[in-house]
Design a protein around this ligand. Structure first.
Ligand code: NAD
Length: 248
């Protein structure tokens, strides 16, 4: 098993891409902690336990520093954290959104400040554990622009992309690796409003050279490599999992 003996905290793990990470990481031997605002995280943890894996749920608002401290102290335990997946995010991608300061702040608070606070809370524990792997779920929208997303979403995911490289440089000599993952359109509740509209769905598929949306498991498979020791020489990198969107 590729993550045997590792403890992994996954933010936003109650559904979508985060839940796929939790299921796959547990299957590969990790002890998984799911942090989310949604109580559905309890069901994902129970499902993993029933399948013979180790998982628990902790309520976590990624934009709240005290929540991070409590989640790590109570659910993970001191000096035990090996892997952090900063996955929780909000899109604000409804077409026709107006760019208000309130919408900007809300997106930045979860997508950027949440990643910063998670990293800040995790680093000390990873240093005690002798190193670790931080995986930040950005987006292909952190690399290219789009008329269809809220500009704050692109800006937030671009910030995650460069924050990842800064953290990678800061902690490289202390055994903490930090990489970003850039999914394209993935079939999760986040994008339901787009995928249920035939016209918008057609546009999405037209943008993907592979001609379809991805599924959450295809993203988790990339993160599994970054979480495992197989990627021991990889830090500050961008793993694009987008069906070819940014390659064209
Ligand atoms: P989702 O909406 O299905 O799941 C997001 C999860 O994050 C939910 O469980 C939600 O409760 C949680 N969350 C939101 N705000 C939170 C907060 N403040 N504190 C804790 N948890 C919070 O979305 P998803 O598609 O699974 O997205 C996961 C990540 O992948 C996000 O960062 C998203 O931006 C990114 N992403 C998604 C897509 C896509 O097409 N679905 C594409 C590229 C990147």
């Amino acid at each position: 098993m590729r993550l045997q003996g590792k403890v992994a905290l996954i933010s936003g793990g109650a559904r979508g891409i985060g839940a796929a990470h939790a299921r796959l990481f547990a299957k590969e031997g990790a002890e998984v902690v799911i942090g989310d605002l949604l109580d559905e995280g309890n069901m994902v943890a129970a499902e993993i336990q029933q399948a013979g894996g180790k998982a628990r749920f902790v309520r976590l608002d990624v934009s709240n520093e005290d929540d991070w401290r409590r989640a790590i102290a109570e659910a993970v335990g001191p000096g035990r954290l090996n892997v952090l997946v900063n996955n929780a995010g909000i899109s604000g991608s409804q077409w026709g959104d107006s760019l208000t300061p309130e919408a900007w702040d809300a997106i930045m608070e979860v997508n950027v400040t949440g990643v910063f606070l998670g990293t800040r809370a995790a680093v000390g524990e990873m240093l005690k554990a002798g190193g670790g792997s931080i995986i930040n779920i950005s987006s292909q929208m952190g690399i290219v622009g789009s008329g269809a997303t809220h500009p704050a979403y692109n800006a937030s995911k671009g910030a995650v992309r460069s924050l990842t490289k800064a953290v990678a440089m800061q902690y490289a000599r202390q055994g903490i690796r930090c990489n970003s993952v850039h999914p394209g359109p993935i079939d999760t509740p986040m994008a339901d409003a787009i995928y249920h509209d035939p016209k918008k769905l057609e546009w999405v598929h037209s943008m993907v050279p592979l001609g379809r949306r991805g599924n959450p498991e295809e993203v988790a498979a990339g993160s599994l490599y970054l979480a495992s020791d197989e990627s021991s020489y990889v830090t500050g990198a961008e793993l694009v999992i987008d069906g070819g969107w940014v390659a064209q």
